[in-house]
Write a protein that binds this ligand. Structure first.
Ligand SMILES: Nc1ncnc2c1ncn2[C@@H]1O[C@H](COP(=O)(O)OP(=O)(O)OP(=O)(O)O)[C@@H](O)[C@H]1O
Ligand SMILES: Nc1ccn([C@H]2C[C@H](O)[C@@H](COP(=O)(O)O)O2)c(=O)n1
Length: 237
């Protein structure tokens, strides 16, 4: 297999999808796109507008009129990208606990998903993209050249999320974080299933760098050293 032009990474919350996706995209010179950001931005906008997280019609109308931009980082504060809602920087606000609490509810409606998926597919059609989420390999990019389904144990994911929250001065116990992730897993289960042709990567005990090396090896082509293939890929528009 040669270097894929479209890569889908799906998996549960805090499995490490965004980390792996961003590293892979940087390695290949591809666009990195985290679709969870769009659902988080919608949930934040709904909170601010006082929209009921169970009001499908209002959420769908909001999804149609909201302008969500995801750009390269505009501030050096550890962000992987900058997220704008109607021009306002909400990169960190979309990860606040209030958004965490409702995003699975607002993301579950078919009419909301249709609009989100429409926008995501437009990005996927450009190619040279690493797209991250729950349903990328099954719905958004079912023809993706490479599909990875990332898994980690609940305990490991809770440890990772706790460290992430503490780095933002948000204090929670490991038990609270694990319970919130388990609840999120249950709510997301209807969309977060691996594609039949996805490669499953369980990353407990793996560093992000080890994950990247493993993925790159999945598409190493015997007749050319991998580094040559990656350089060719970076120079190919
Ligand atoms: N292989 C790994 N080993 C240890 N920590 C990791 C690993 N991969 C990611 N992390 C850390 O775990 C946390 C969650 O990672 P990341 O945001 O990539 O997960 P995610 O699956 O995209 O989560 P979400 O779906 O909630 O956005 C981050 O703090 C990240 O630095
Ligand atoms: N393609 C996607 C991406 C995300 N979601 C949901 C799942 C979560 O509840 C929420 C936030 O995602 P995260 O940032 O944690 O990856 O959005 C989805 O339904 N489909």
């Amino acid at each position: 297999m040669r270097i894929p032009r479209t890569i889908a990474i799906d998996g549960q919350s805090a499995a490490g999808k965004s980390t792996l996706g961003a590293l892979l995209a940087a390695e290949l010179g591809y666009l990195y796109f985290d679709t969870g950001v769009m659902y988080r931005a919608l949930a934040l906008a709904a909170l601010r507008a006082g929209i009921d997280p169970d009001d499908e019609a209002a959420l769908t109308a909001l999804a149609h009129r909201l302008t969500i931009d995801v750009t390269a980082p505009t501030v050096t504060d550890g962000r992987q990208y900058t997220v704008l809602i109607d021009g306002e920087d909400v990169t960190w606000a979309i990860r606040d606990p209030d958004v965490e609490r409702i995003v699975s509810r607002t993301a579950r409606f078919p009419a909301v998903r249709r609009e989100m998926i429409r926008q995501q597919q437009a990005i996927g059609r450009r190619g040279r993209v690493v797209m991250v989420g729950r349903d990328i390999g099954t719905v958004v990019m079912p023809d993706a050249d490479l599909k990875i389904y990332l898994q980690a144990s609940l305990t490991e994911r809770a440890r990772r999320r706790l460290a992430e929250l503490r780095s933002r001065n948000i204090e929670m116990s490991l038990e609270q974080v694990a319970a919130a992730l388990a609840e999120r897993d249950a709510l997301d289960a209807h969309v977060a299933q691996p594609a039949d042709d996805a490669i499953i990567l369980v990353n407990d005990g793996l560093t992000p760098a080890e994950e990247v090396a493993w993925v790159l090896q999945q598409f190493a082509n015997g007749d050319q050293p991998l580094a040559q293939e990656i350089n060719r890929c970076k120079s190919t528009p």
